[in-house]
Design a protein around this ligand. Sequence first.
Ligand code: TXA
Ligand code: MG
Length: 312
Amino acid sequence: MRVVKPDAEGLRRAVEVLRAESVVAFPTETVYGLGANAFSAKAVGEIYRLKNRPSWNPLIVHVANVEAARALAETWPGLANELAAQFWPGPLTLVLPRARHLAGVGASNDTIAIRIPAHEVALQLLEASGLPLAAPSANRSEGISPTTADHVLRSLPDVPLVLDGGPASWGIESTVVDVTGETARLLRPGALPLREIREAVGSILLPDEGPADGAARSSPGMSRRHYAPRAALVLVKEVDQTGLSDSVGVLTYEGFSGTEVLSADPREYAADLYAALHRLDDAGVATILVQEPPDTEDWLAVRDRLSRAAAK
Ligand code: TXA
Ligand code: MG
C-alpha cells in the first residue's frame, strides 16, 4: 500500500523513502505537502517532476524547530524572531535571506521560504528523518491543493508514499511573509489572518505597497491560474437560479442555495473549499458558479484562491 497510517511503522517507511532521496506526501495543518530532503538535488528534482512544477517556482522548506530554521538563513531579522515566537509552529511561512552555503534548495535565488508546521505527523517526520523537508502542496501544478490523502492520490497517482493523517484542519495554504526588509510584507495571503500579524509586529505591507526594499516583491508561485478544478470556475456576484442545469455546480455559503453550501465564516469556508471543489469535479459538472464572498480582509485568502482558480 502506498497510503499508510502515520504509526511507528508508517513513519519508519517514510524516513526510509526520504533517505533514499525520493518523496513522501505528508499531512500538515494547512494542506498535504510533497516532501523531500531539501539538501538533495535529486530528491527536490523529483518533486518538480511529479508535480510538473515550473523550475522557477521555489519551494517552502519545513523544519522541526527555530534552530533548524536559523541554520538555513544568512541572517535572522528581528521581525523573524517576533513572528516565529508568536506563530510557529503554525500556518506562517517566512521568506528570509538564504544562507550562502546552501545550494539547490528549491529554485536558486537569494532568499529561502521556511516554516514549522503545526501538525504532529509532520513534526514527527521532520524529527525522525533529521532532515529539513522541501515541500510544496501535494498536487499537480495549477490544480486544487489536497486536504486529504485521497486528494493526493488522485492528483499524483505516481506518488511513492502518502502518510494519511486525516483531513487538514486549516484546509488552505500558509500565509507567506517576506521579512528581509524593514517592514513585513505579505507575499501570499493564507491561513494566518493579516490582523494577527499586524497585532504581532505593528504593520504589514501588501504585495504592491511601500518601498521595494524586500528581496521579493511577490511570491514567484502566485501565477494567475492556480488552485483550479477541471470544471470552468466562474465567479459571480449573485447566482441566477433560473436556467441552471445538471452540468452546472453552484458553490455558495450559508444563506444562499447551491450544490455546495459552505460556512459564512471565512475560516470554516476555507477549511472546506478545496474539498468542495474536488467533490464538484467528481460530480462531473462542466461549470462551477461561485458566489463571490464579501470583499473584506477576513476573506482575503479565500478570494485570492477563487480568483486564481477562475483565471483562464
Ligand atoms: O501551507 C503551505 O504553505 C503548504 C504546506 C505543504 O506547507 N505548502 C505550499 O507550498 O503551499 P507551495 O509550493 O504550493 O507554495 C509555496 C509558495 C509559492 O507561491 C512559492 O512561490 C512561494 O511560496 N515561495 C517559495 N520560496 C519563496 C521565496 N524564496 N521567495 C518568495 N516566495 C517563495
Ligand atoms: Mg501549491
